[in-house]
Design a protein around this ligand. Structure first.
Ligand code: COA
Length: 158
């Protein structure tokens, strides 16, 4: 709970510069259980969230590193922690919508056509000023076989 304000400050610092979506403090509290933070002596240096979308699919989102802490491996450590978390949850595929696809490529994520993602992942878009001209890149990491066959999403074609 004590990290929520710092998470919001880091995300919104980057959101104000057009790098990611703004998050209200209310939205952060609502999803606080999804978050992992990088911590140095009690100071939050960065955050990432893993949000389950469907039985075999989760989104890595809200990846952000404090401006004074970039370039020191914090972002890479957060992505590794998110992948580990997704793996522990039994998620098979982890995706992100991003402008830094080159950063994600270093962790094995591959570019995909975003129309491959289920429609329910676009719910945040209503809050985005670029919703009618989205230029984010979809990247996906296949975590391999990780549990039983998932049920089919009833909203998606087989
Ligand atoms: C992108 C971001 C998370 C990277 O975090 P970071 O802590 O600065 O990155 P790291 O220090 O862990 O970088 C690890 C490696 O990735 C490389 N890298 C960093 N940003 C990169 C980018 N945009 N494209 C390609 N490679 C990148 C680094 O050069 C470093 O390489 P090295 O190991 O050979 O030295 C951070 O800059 C950030 O918060 N950006 C703004 C918010 C954002 O864009 N979030 C992503 C939303 S999906």
């Amino acid at each position: 709970m004590s990290d929520a304000v710092a998470i919001g400050e880091i995300i919104n610092h980057h959101a104000e510069r057009g790098r990611m979506l703004h998050r209200s403090l209310e939205a952060i509290y609502d999803t606080l259980r999804n978050f992992l933070v990088a911590d140095a002596d009690g100071e939050v240096l960065g955050c990432v969230a893993v949000e389950i979308a469907w039985a075999d699919l989760a989104e890595l989102k809200s990846l952000a590193v404090a401006p004074h802490a970039t370039g020191r491996g914090v972002g890479a450590a957060l992505v590794r922690a998110a992948i580990d978390d997704a793996h522990k949850l039994g998620v098979r595929r982890l995706f992100a919508l991003t402008y830094v696809d080159g950063f994600f490529a270093r962790h094995g994520f591959e570019r995909i056509d975003r129309r491959q993602l289920p429609s329910k992942v676009w719910t945040d878009c209503v809050y985005c000023p670029k919703r009618h001209a989205c230029d984010e890149i979809a990247v996906l990491l296949d975590l391999g076989r990780n549990g039983d066959d998932p049920p089919q999403d009833p909203q998606e074609p087989a």
